[in-house]
Design a protein around this ligand. Structure first.
Ligand SMILES: Cc1ncc(COP(=O)(O)O)c(C=O)c1O
Length: 385
């Protein structure tokens, strides 16, 4: 009776089961992978949010499948501040970036079609693809210098491939999609008749200035995804967006169809749309605080790693660190011992990290005190493995 698209819910992995057992026994667990900004102390004052959510126009619904014009113009302004020109008519609001992905899968794929996704990457797309009856095909990222580059040999399309996803900068390895990889994806997409989906939720968290949005693309069919959950540290407001870019004819045709998908749901609440311009305008200091926290946490982690036979992989941006384990230490065994010692982190295999790279993935939003305590427990787990 129940749809096969939910088959992924069956079964659980050993680490998550051990975590659940510990929590059910009422024992504490320091979550070093927690990337919820509010849990790490980054949140908006309630009064400020209440004011932003209660703007003019709240008492009636003024439905526009693309979203309120004022909100879309604020998003154009966000890109203008980052040196790119985006027409408000090319912007679609959704309830989250995740919902944006599912709309694009509906727009581009019939059931059984395929989307190419990078590996390693955040595991979100497996679930969304299953819910949309879309198959995933992976291409590899490989470490190169301070970043990660696409392995061109792994970038292949089949007769049912419809789109290729990239993440700028990626999660968890924090690599921006540089000009060479953009050129590779552009040529690949055009020669196979694919669209590119570029996820830029972490765009505003580079280590160095000069990180660039891809939203100004004119040659390849491109959708850029982003949202308030990372850009304004406000996941609870539930607003994401899609920008349609590329050749004019593509932008026109894709936008007309995407409008039908968005119109079927009209999923963004009016208060959230009214709040968006305020949140985009005032998020700068909160983002700066997050960048400082990430830098502080990374320094602390590097120092700890150096003294424990580990290393932190180079990254270019984002909120996540990848801790490479000492030779011979297997990530699942370490993390099982870590749960016993009261600390939780993600194993590299959750993200499809390359075989042979035994590592754990940690959030850099974590405060210094919390991180120090978590690392003490991780040290005990290391001694046991
Ligand atoms: C790369 C990436 N894209 C998208 C999302 C989901 O964003 P949203 O909260 O807007 O659905 C996440 C969540 O962490 C993410 O890491």
């Amino acid at each position: 009776m129940l749809s096969e698209r939910l088959a992924f819910t069956e079964g659980t992995n050993a680490l998550s089961a051990a975590k659940e057992r510990r929590l059910r026994r009422g024992l504490s667990l320091i979550d070093l992978a927690d990337s919820n900004p509010a849990n790490a102390g980054f949140s908006w004052p309630a009064a400020k949010l209440a004011e932003a959510l209660a703007g003019e126009g709240l008492v009636r619904q003024d439905p526009d499948p693309r979203g309120l014009r004022t909100a879309r113009e604020a998003i154009s302004g966000y890109y203008r501040d980052r040196g790119a020109s985006v027409d408000a008519s090319a912007v679609f609001l959704s309830a989250s970036t995740s919902e944006g992905y599912s709309w694009l899968f509906k727009l581009l794929c019939s059931p059984g079609d395929e989307v190419l996704v990078p590996e390693p990457s955040y595991p979100l797309l497996e679930v969304i693809a299953a819910l949309e009856c879309v198959k995933l095909r992976t291409y590899r990222l490989r470490p190169e210098g301070a970043g990660w580059r696409i392995d061109p040999a792994s970038l292949t399309a089949g007769p049912r491939t419809r789109a290729v996803v990239c993440v700028n900068p990626s999660n968890p390895v924090g690599a921006f999609v540089g000009e060479d990889d953009r050129e590779l994806l552009r040529g690949f997409a055009r020669s196979h008749g694919l669209a590119v989906l570029c996820d830029e939720v972490f765009l505003d968290y580079p280590l160095d200035a000069g990180a660039m949005t891809w939203v100004g693309e004119r040659e390849a069919p491109l959708f850029v995804l982003s949202g308030l959950s990372k850009v304004a540290l406000a996941p609870q407001i539930k607003v994401g967006w899609i920008v349609v870019a590329g050749p004019d004819g593509f932008v026109r045709d894709a936008s007309l169809r995407l409008e039908h998908v968005a119109d079927a749901y009209l999923s963004v609440s009016t208060p959230a749309q009214l709040a968006l311009p305020h949140l985009l305008r005032d998020a700068g200091p909160l983002r700066q605080a997050v960048r400082s926290r990430c830098a502080e946490a990374e320094t602390l982690l590097r120092e700890w790693a150096g003294g424990h036979g580990c290393s932190v992989l180079p990254r270019q941006g984002g909120w996540t660190a990848v801790l490479r384990l000492p030779p011979g230490v297997e990530e699942e065994r370490l993390l099982m011992a870590a749960i016993d010692e009261g600390v939780w982190a993600h194993p590299g295999y959750f993200y499809g990290m390359p075989a042979g790279l035994s590592c754990v993935v940690l959030s850099l939003l974590t405060s210094a005190e919390f991180l120090r305590n978590g690392l003490k427990s991780l040290e005990k787990a290391l001694q046991r493995t």
